[in-house]
Write a protein that binds this ligand. Structure first.
Ligand code: PRP
Ligand code: URA
Length: 208
């Protein structure tokens, strides 16, 4: 299993603005979308290709296209919702499922409250989306939830991950690759990633 730190200059530049407490919800949403596109660009690097011939205005070009692989995007609500638009722009045929999960603020344990996922989950390569991997509890519970419903290949796509969250997800699901734009060292006493970016859901939807 791989942990891939996407350290492209554009990603790192946008992440620094995203982290800034002065960045308001409009720009925050735009940055999450842009970062998600750029991270998805890396996370889809291994999609398989097949040959196809295309007639250009001049002659036939031997081209390659993605070989009909079905993709599923599963955002963890709420903050994962912010990642959808940027990824769908790259893979518009992907189906989108939703997984409602929040962290109990006292216990930090994930509580699931809603789901609607594609019926053909086992046939799809699943990308689980959440900008924040903190204790890892939400991601671990989400992977288990999807596995229980037949999901096979799962890739986690985030924006900031803590060391602890990566460790927890690796231990629980060694075959899940993790793509992230940053790995932060610590969590504070409330389970927030530090330095992190604060509460991603609140910053996306202006609810802080
Ligand atoms: C945040 C975040 C993750 C989770 C990460 O969601 O979007 O889902 O916390 O923390 P963990 O790794 O310790 O589980 P939150 O519970 O705040 O819900 P929200 O997105 O609805 O605000
Ligand atoms: N959820 C967030 O939105 N931010 C954190 O730092 C941790 C969990």
């Amino acid at each position: 299993m791989a942990v891939v730190l996407v350290d492209h200059p554009l990603v790192q530049h946008k992440l620094s603005i995203l982290r800034d407490k002065r960045t308001g919800p409009k720009e925050f949403r735009e940055l999450i979308e842009e970062l998600s596109s750029l991270i998805a660009y890396e996370a889809t690097r291994n999609l398989s290709l097949e040959m196809t011939d295309v007639e250009t205005p001049l002659e036939v070009a031997h081209c390659r296209q993605i070989s009909g692989k079905k993709l599923g995007l599963i955002p963890i609500l709420r903050a994962g919702l912010g990642m959808i638009g940027g990824i769908l722009r790259l893979v518009p045929a992907a189906k989108v499922g939703h997984l409602g999960m929040y962290r109990d603020p006292k216990t930090l344990q994930p509580v699931d409250y809603y789901y609607k996922i594609p019926e053909d989950l086992p046939e799809r390569d699943i990308f689980l989306l959440d900008p924040m991997l903190a204790t890892g509890g939400s991601a671990v519970a989400s992977v288990k939830f999807l596995r229980d419903r037949g999901a096979r290949t799962i890739t986690f796509m985030g924006i900031i991950a803590s060391r602890e969250g990566i460790r927890a997800l690796q231990e629980a699901a060694p075959d899940v690759d993790i793509y992230t734009a940053a790995i932060d060292e610590e969590l504070n006493d409330h389970g927030y990633i530090v330095p992190g970016l604060g509460d991603a859901g609140d910053r996306l939807f202006g609810t802080e």
